[in-house]
Design a protein around this ligand. Sequence first.
Ligand code: NOJ
Length: 458
Amino acid sequence: MNYTKEDFGDDFKWGVSTAAYQVEGAHDMDGKGASIWDVFANTPGRTLDNQHANETCDFYHHYAQDIALMSAMNIPNFRFSISWSRILPNGTGTINYKGIEFYNKVINFCLELGIEPWITLYHWDLPYELEKKGGWTNRDIIGWFCDYVAVCMKAFGDRVKHWMVLNEPLVFTGAGHFLGIHAPGKKGLNNFLAATHHAALCQAEGGRVVKDFLPNSKVGSTFSCSYIQPYRQTERDYLAAKRVDALVNRLFIEPLVGKGYPVKDFKLLQRLEQFVKAGDESRLSFDMDFIGVQNYTREIVAYSYYKPFIWARIVPATDRMVDITAMKWEVYPECIYEMLKKFDSYKNIKELIVTENGAAFPDVVVDDKVYDHQRTKYLQQHIKQVLRAKREGINVSGYFVWSFTDNFEWAEGYQPRFGLVHVDFKTQKRIVKSSGKWYGEFVKSRADNSPWSIVNSP
Ligand code: NOJ
């Protein structure tokens, strides 16, 4: 199937995404307080080769250059996040006006160049001062978070129309509070369940705060998701896949849309009850203007006797003779179509937006060029599946590539490069990769005879 950008319609939003901790650097500059990621990544043994994002792409000082580059690449929408501890160094209380000033400069420069800013309020970098009080496991987080959201609304709400409350809550609760492989490095079922319930409440309460201040804004929240399939056609693998699907794809969206936690398909979630207080059930739901779908791959799941609680294991893509990315994730473009279909199947979903999709590959710089044809192909194939969903009547209205520039990939450090733009982390030099050139030309193209306008995707 060939396609052009015009097949998506004029209103379709094309963009790129980043996140504060992954790109900003300037970790202790101009009054910024430490976040849990500052502390975690600077603790030996937590990340690949002990890498941290103290400097990373130094977006803090290169924002104007990067936004100008984005504009030169024709990219009309920019999703980025606010570092909570840059504007509230202690998490609550005193405002750091230098932090507000930084985001004002970013927002204003975007608008000046005709780029629409989309802001994620929480992309995993909790102020460390709040972590000292229990962080996501302390129910007081609801008040702290709502106050922080209110500060953002007052500071930026006059210019920013699109807001996302949380980024991928399952990842910061699961990796950060159960497995201990992300900040804050907590482990165990109780930490995970407490963080989960409080994050689920914050996602809805945060949405309400945005709408109270800005009734005409568009508010959403974003969800990680993977298309889950059973390894064998057996009852045990099928049920294992159902449990993993409940955990990975349904845990946060279902309470938001008023269905409660998916306890029926993953009984262990009943234990969330110990954290539920009177009135929580209705507080968990909120009518978002859009849902951010963040998908990269699918997972094949088998029953496992050795994995307590979930009794399931992921069959690694490296054991399955399939194409993989530098993250060892399978390249399986249909997954994004399947996930859009799944999220669309909930009642009352107004709009779906792919707020992240992209791939890491081992890029090489030759003569100041990066010819990353695998990434271009990955994007073309996934965009085609988004169109397939749209043609079937699913209301998907945007697509954002992860990521604009190479950046700090959490526990994996700088090894995986996801950018459309290559970054030399020593010199801060930027090189637009061939995938970035393709994406920019594609989003600008009209259905004429230009070589960019028609994508002949396999
Ligand atoms: C999900 C996260 O939101 C983002 O921070 C991360 O870098 C990408 N996916 C790639 O793993």
